[in-house]
Design a protein around this ligand. Structure first.
Ligand code: PGA
Length: 252
């Protein structure tokens, strides 16, 4: 079976104003037109309307960086799936280690978010990954398997075949310290094995698994060529036009 469509997904985090965001994607869309990789920009909520408008007719898709699982109600400061869907959002990044650490997101919350995102007709990009301590303790596989197993509870095989999983070792995020290609491939392979166990080989072959953590123009090609790595979730380098363009065109 041929490899899955590679995804280059930017995670802007809390960066760029709405006007800076529009200016950025207006340049980006010409640079990445016709790319073989699927291009996604994960932008702050307030940037979404302008960015969606700007990327119309291009091959760039838009991701949100969070969502609440309830359809509506008294949740001050929160945003629902229906609101995002109404704007034209395709993907929602959930379970990022920064959200787990600073906003106390649990695997159970991530599971509820995944359910709500799929019900709304969007696709979750579910993040997982171990800390440096966990890697040193030798519990990376157990930790990541546990995170993903709980995040996917109750999802059907068909749904799992459409979601995106991002393996992001915490020690490699924003540190400039990329996991080696072998380390990244090993854990992405462990995740795919888990999907085989839970949903069967056909499903596991369809699910895209990204690597994230200091992905840059000069390491994307090698990482994305690994059998179990289907692209990258890119933080810092996705804020720079030249870098992100090169990551998208890693195979050129
Ligand atoms: P980084 O962030 O590329 O800046 O390491 C990746 C991420 O947190 O998704």
């Amino acid at each position: 079976m041929s490899k899955r469509v590679i995804m280059a997904a930017g995670n802007w985090k809390m960066n760029k104003t709405p006007s800076e965001a529009v200016e950025f994607v207006n340049s980006l869309k010409d640079r990445v037109a016709g790319s073989t990789a699927e291009v996604v920009v994960g932008v702050p909520f307030v940037c979404i309307p302008g960015v969606i408008e700007a990327v119309k007719g291009s091959n760039i898709k838009v991701a949100a960086q969070n969502v609440h699982w309830e359809p509506n109600g008294a949740y001050t400061g929160e945003v629902s799936c229906k609101m995002l869907k109404d704007l034209g959002v395709d993907y929602v990044i959930i379970g990022h280690s920064e959200r787990r650490e600073y906003f106390a997101e649990t695997n159970e919350m991530i599971n509820k978010k995944a359910r709500a995102i799929l019900d709304a007709g969007m696709t979750p990009i579910i993040c997982c990954g171990e800390s440096l301590t966990q890697r040193e303790q030798g519990v990376t596989a157990e930790h990541v398997r546990y995170q993903i197993k709980v995040a996917l509870l109750g999802l059907s095989a068909e749904e799992v075949s459409r979601i995106v999983i991002a393996y992001e070792p915490i020690w490699a995020i924003g540190t400039g310290k990329t996991a080696t290609t072998e380390q990244a491939e090993e854990v992405c392979g462990i995740i795919r094995e888990l999907l085989v166990e839970l949903y069967g080989k056909d499903t596991a072959e369809k699910t895209r698994i990204l690597y994230g953590g200091s992905v840059k123009a000069d390491n994307a090609k090698e990482l994305f060529a690994m059998p179990n790595i289907d692209g990258g979730l890119v933080g810092g380098a996705s804020l720079k036009l030249d870098e992100f363009e090169k990551i998208v065109k890693h195979d050129a």
